[in-house]
Design a protein around this ligand. Structure first.
Ligand code: MN
Length: 238
């Protein structure tokens, strides 16, 4: 069984080469894959499943193509937490919870976007709770597309300003939270994104050692993991 994982493409209208890279990856890898997992932040912002912009349409087209080639599973990130069931139906994919345990080649693999593990960033964790709440989401989705576009612009600016002043270490996952989640779920392999720090790390789990794989964000390079017996982190030029 071969599974593919990507995250943090941050697709938006200003970066058409990223969408092109996704289409290329789908064409190249999806026909021989048994599943494609998108682990959050596929798009820079998602204002609702009724978005009729060119970018939203192009994203739907790309994912529909993928879903015709292999099962498609989509996890929310901190940018696209408004992906809803309508979007999943439109593209023929399935929304999965964060965290999610996938069974790949007989191995239990823990999947998460990664933002929930950045517990040192308490201001962000508070905001996350709000954005994930049903009441807040209902309120936002009740606004017009124009109002939501404006709100998204403001939130992006605000987040840039806030992150510019944060020390590097609080923007990364908290090691003991990683180990606690892996032990609680009984998984020795974790795959996540969000931090934009692609790599592979040992995680001490009592007398065993697990591995944490981190996907990278798409900019000059498109990061993905191909899991065929074991995860392999790779990237291709965009
Ligand atoms: Mn993220």
């Amino acid at each position: 069984m071969t599974a593919l994982f990507v995250s943090d493409l941050h697709i938006d209208a200003d970066r058409p080469h990223v969408l092109q890279g996704l289409n290329d990856l789908i064409e190249r890898e999806a026909p021989s894959a048994d599943a494609l997992y998108i682990l959050g932040d596929l798009v820079e912002v998602w204002i609702g499943d009724d978005d009729d912009s060119e970018t939203a349409e192009a994203v739907r087209d790309a994912l529909s193509r993928a879903a015709r080639l292999c099962p498609l599973r989509i996890m929310h990130g901190n940018r696209d937490f408004l992906f809803g069931q309508r979007f999943a139906r439109d593209v023929g994919g399935e929304l999965i919870e964060d965290p999610h345990i996938a069974e790949i080649d007989g191995q239990r693999v823990l999947l998460t976007h990664g933002d929930a593990l950045c517990t040192e960033d308490t201001a962000y964790q508070l905001a996350r709770q709000l954005f994930r709440s049903e009441a807040w989401q209902k309120d936002i989705l009740g606004k017009s597309l124009e109002e939501r576009r404006e709100l998204a612009r403001q939130m992006r600016q605000e987040s840039r300003r806030a992150n510019a002043n944060k020390p590097e270490n609080i923007m990364d996952v908290t090691p003991h939270e990683v180990a606690a989640l892996m032990r609680r779920t009984g998984c020795k392999t974790l795959i996540h994104g969000h931090t934009h720090r692609p790599g592979m790390h040992d995680v001490r789990l009592g007398d065993k050692v697990g591995t944490r794989y981190v996907l990278g964000d798409w900019d000059r390079c498109g990061w993905f993991i191909r899991f065929d017996k074991a995860p392999e982190l790779a990237c291709f030029p965009l």
